[in-house]
Write a protein that binds this ligand. Structure first.
Ligand code: ARG
Length: 452
């Protein structure tokens, strides 16, 4: 059986192909992160109080210069991760060693691929999560604007998809504003869990060297190190599953919004019209205008939710310490994050440009929609509610058509058609975006300083 000699010894070809799996491709997404993490580790090693120094400050400069070269090479599409590398970590070490000889061979002192990959994935997730949080807040604001603009525009409220009571476009739209604001809380929690540094945990048990984990964490702009080194490695996959679960909640909101839009843009309803760019045609039926984007939002919500479940299933029953199983959480994680970001972005564009059809919304009303309002009116005349209910029920065909604009104006209590606080919603969304701007700026500054 053929085998390859690798940085870590000879490995059987078939075993190498099977175990490296998709890492050779997926790890291309982690080259920059791996180099940044290596830079922080090198700086930390050079400041470690050991004699003789493992790496001198002058050598750190060389290492960082070489790491920047690797990033540049990668950005030019010229950095290769070969099957013999197995993954980005050994590819970067190989490149450092090729350039720097023995100095390159020192980079792995006091670290393991286990803390490295955990670090790379957290560095990968951080800016993406910030962008996703921003995007989700932007969509919440778009829905808020839509609601505010059409606060007085009636829309039939439905239960069981059947006509129920008078509602408004304002109430419908800001229902999505608020669920997205809830989703933002989940994303921010995921961000906070992700914002801890696993570097220096090594294989998960520490090393007999005075590793300064606080320094590594500070250099990389994390909130703090993960304290327990075993947990730092065990949390691999768990953090991803939390991020994916939050993404899944966002996707759930988008898919329900998409479902409403599919219904309400059907010609039979005509409440809304999708922007022309969002409709696709058919190869045979010249008349078709299909809501493909909305359908894919619905399906991709299922995909992201399944990815969250996949990572949880891989972790379920996993014993303490690194196990190669964890590698399989990488693909669902990367794809789930990317799908969610793209879905939020396209939803925002769609909703910012949706056409609202006043007449069709008004035409949706029929007298039965006012049945409950009528019963409440009778309550005002001193009739007990249950009696009023039966009275209206017995004479449904005698119900009068009420002006729905007046009907929705009469509901003034907290959070109903005439009791919505659009200002509070937009304040919340703007506060989130101010927070992401600060986080992003602080992170970018740290990385720029480290790599300078
Ligand atoms: N490519 C591996 C992964 O993603 C890196 C860690 C490998 N560590 C190990 N002990 N085999 O999980």
């Amino acid at each position: 059986m053929a085998s390859k000699s690798t940085t870590v010894g000879k490995i059987d070809d078939e075993v190498l192909a099977y175990t490296a799996g998709k890492d050779i491709l997926l790890d291309r997404n982690l080259v920059r992160e791996d180099c940044i993490g290596s830079a922080a580790h090198a700086v930390m090693l050079s400041r470690m109080p050991v004699k003789p120094a493992i790496i001198t400050p002058a050598q750190v400069k060389k290492i960082i210069r070489t790491l920047k070269g690797i990033i540049a090479q990668h950005e030019a599409g010229k950095f290769k991760i070969t099957p013999a590398d197995q993954d980005v970590h050994l590819a970067v070490e190989r490149a450092l060693t090729r350039n720097l000889g023995d100095l390159g061979k020192k980079i792995h002192t006091g670290r393991s691929r286990n803390d490295q990959v955990a670090l790379d994935l957290r560095l990968f997730a951080k800016p993406r999560l910030l962008d996703l949080i921003d995007g989700t807040a932007a969509l919440a604001e778009v829905m808020n604007k839509l609601g505010k603009k059409h606060v007085k525009l009636p829309m039939v409220g439905r239960t069981h998809m059947q006509k129920a009571m008078p509602s408004s476009v304002g109430l419908w739209a800001t229902g999505f504003t608020e669920v997205l604001l809830d989703d933002l809380e989940l994303l921010k929690t995921a961000y906070a869990l992700n914002n801890r540094c696993p570097l220096g945990a090594a294989a998960g048990f520490g090393v007999p060297l005075p590793i300064d984990r606080q320094l590594s964490s500070d250099l990389l702009g994390f909130e703090a190190p993960v304290h327990n080194v075993t947990h730092a490695v065990n949390a691999r996959g768990k953090v991803e599953s939390v991020i994916l679960s939050a993404c899944g909640q966002v996707m759930l909101s988008l898919s329900r919004l998409a479902q409403d839009l599919m219904l309400y843009t059907m010609p039979e309803f005509g409440y809304f019209t999708l922007p022309a760019a969002f409709c696709t045609g058919s190869s045979i039926m010249p008349n078709k205008r299909n809501p493909d984007v909305l359908e894919l939002l619905r399906a991709r919500a299922s995909v992201v939710l399944a990815h969250a479940q996949t990572t949880l299933n891989i972790l379920n029953g996993a014993p303490t310490g690194y196990n190669r199983d964890l590698q399989e959480t990488k693909e669902p994680f990367m794809e789930g994050l990317a799908l969610t970001a793209a879905s939020v972005q396209i939803s925002t564009r769609c909703l910012a440009n949706i056409q609202v059809n006043r007449q069709a919304l008004l035409d949706g009303f029929s007298p039965d929609v006012f049945a409950t309002d009528r019963a409440i009116e009778l309550v005002g005349q001193g009739i007990p509610f249950r009696d009023a209910y039966h009275q209206v029920k017995a004479h449904l065909d005698e119900l009068e058509h009420i002006d729905p604009v007046e009907a929705i104006a009469k509901k003034t209590h907290l959070g109903t058609t005439a009791g919505l606080d659009f200002t509070a919603y937009s304040k919340q969304a703007r506060a989130v975006r101010a927070w992401t701007a600060k986080q992003r700026q602080a992170f970018n500054r740290k990385i720029a300083r480290l790599m300078a």
